[in-house]
Write a protein that binds this ligand. Structure first.
Ligand SMILES: *Cc1c(COP(=O)(O)O)cnc(C)c1O
Ligand code: SF4
Length: 353
């Protein structure tokens, strides 16, 4: 495992390296009984040629991306064979265009660095803090704005969250903690439990939010220990999923969502507007309707954060506005996601009107 020097000039590990660390940690320390999902994670596609071969596609892609490829088989199974433009494949397949330097595309487009108030804690908006509980994810989305985040120094995993807990306890205006990452559900459930045990001592907390892509890309993560943990929490729990295309929902995802709802979790979805993946009225309508069929309400539709290497995904603001205008005409109001752009330093995610 070689640490790399990130674009912020700090030592960082890739998400993948951190994932392997947390994998071996789980194998030795926690040894969870219900770890089918961990086995699936180890079995995920990590090599573009192998994934393309599985999809009956020619392997002519880039060899060695900076941000390693990672695609669970449960997600790859939803891709259409022999379709190089499959909307799920396009989200995760490395591309030589990632090495291009484009003006305006930077390492930290959303000002996370300025918002750090301690190890693993970002305090940007009134009343809520975001806890970077791990750097690991189950899938590596090529457009991800956190791919350059120096996780090695800045996540509060591995029990290093006391400073974050102290900060929250000392700031009574904070009434919501958002577990994010990376993907917080990459942590063993016992570790999540330790964290929320500490947070439950803070009287001014009223909500817990979890930002996760795991119930979508690896639905077996929603196992009994996780459900038991969620159900026993002393606050309303809001889980914000991340699916960009209707085809990301399949029977297993529906079941995972049903079990989460059955235990009282509120479910929302946020998506990123991605060129040639979900930038049509048809794709957005299907996503909203398919989410609702599963039991998930649309929340945000994000304009792309301009992270270095992601320009191939960008949809212009004018096109985005026209798209959402059309959605308003064709969908019930509650099915229309809020189109937002994140501007570093702004007090909330800015609506694009
Ligand atoms: C997105 C984000 C939130 C949550 O914002 P909401 O508008 O409440 O969904 C909170 N903190 C940080 C640092 C964020 O990036
Ligand atoms: S978008 Fe979410 S799941 Fe995908 S790589 Fe980024 S943090 Fe991980």
């Amino acid at each position: 495992m070689s640490p790399q020097t990130g674009a912020w000039g700090e030592t960082r590990y890739s998400l993948n390296e951190l994932m392997m660390q947390s994998d071996s940690l789980a194998r030795t320390a926690d040894r969870p009984k219900h770890s089918a999902w961990r086995a699936q994670l180890r079995d995920a596609f990590r090599d573009a040629a192998e994934l393309l071969d599985y999809l009956d596609l020619p392997a002519d892609t880039t060899a060695d991306p900076r941000f390693p490829m990672l695609v669970p088989r449960a997600f790859a199974e939803r891709m259409e064979k022999s379709n190089p433009n499959d909307p799920l494949l396009l989200q995760v397949l490395p591309d030589t265009r990632e090495d291009r330097v484009e003006a305006g595309f930077v390492a930290d487009p959303v000002g996370d660095r300025e918002a750090r108030v301690g190890r693993g804690l970002l305090h940007k908006y009134h009343g809520r803090v975001l806890l970077v509980s791990t750097g690991a994810c189950a899938v590596h989305c090529r457009y991800c704005f956190r791919q350059e985040f120096p996780y090695a120094d800045n996540h509060a995993g591995n029990r290093q969250w006391q400073a974050a807990v102290d900060y929250i306890a000392a700031n009574p205006q904070i009434d919501e903690v958002i577990l994010s990452g990376g993907d917080p559900l990459m942590l063993p459930t016992a570790r999540l439990q330790e964290l929320t045990d500490r947070l439950s001592g803070i009287g001014h907390l009223h909500r817990l939010r979890i930002h996760t892509r795991l119930p979508v890309v690896l639905p077996d993560r929603v196992d009994e220990p996780l459900l038991d943990w969620l159900e026993a929490l002393p606050w309303p729990v809001v889980m914000v999923l991340h699916a960009n295309h209707a085809r990301e929902f399949d029977h297993a995802v529906d079941q995972a969502v049903r079990r989460l709802r059955h235990r009282g979790t509120h479910l929302l979805n946020q998506a990123v507007l991605l060129k040639d993946i979900n930038d049509s009225v048809t794709a957005q309508k299907s996503l909203a309707m398919r989410s609702l069929d599963a039991g998930v309400m649309p929340y945000y539709l994000h304009l792309l954060d301009r992270v270095a290497g992601s320009d191939r995904y960008e949809v212009g603001e004018t096109d985005a506005r026209h798209l959402v205008e059309q959605l308003r005409r064709e969908l019930s109001g509650y099915l229309v996601p809020r189109l937002v752009r994140e501007i570093a330093g702004a007090p909330y995610k800015l609506p694009v009107l």
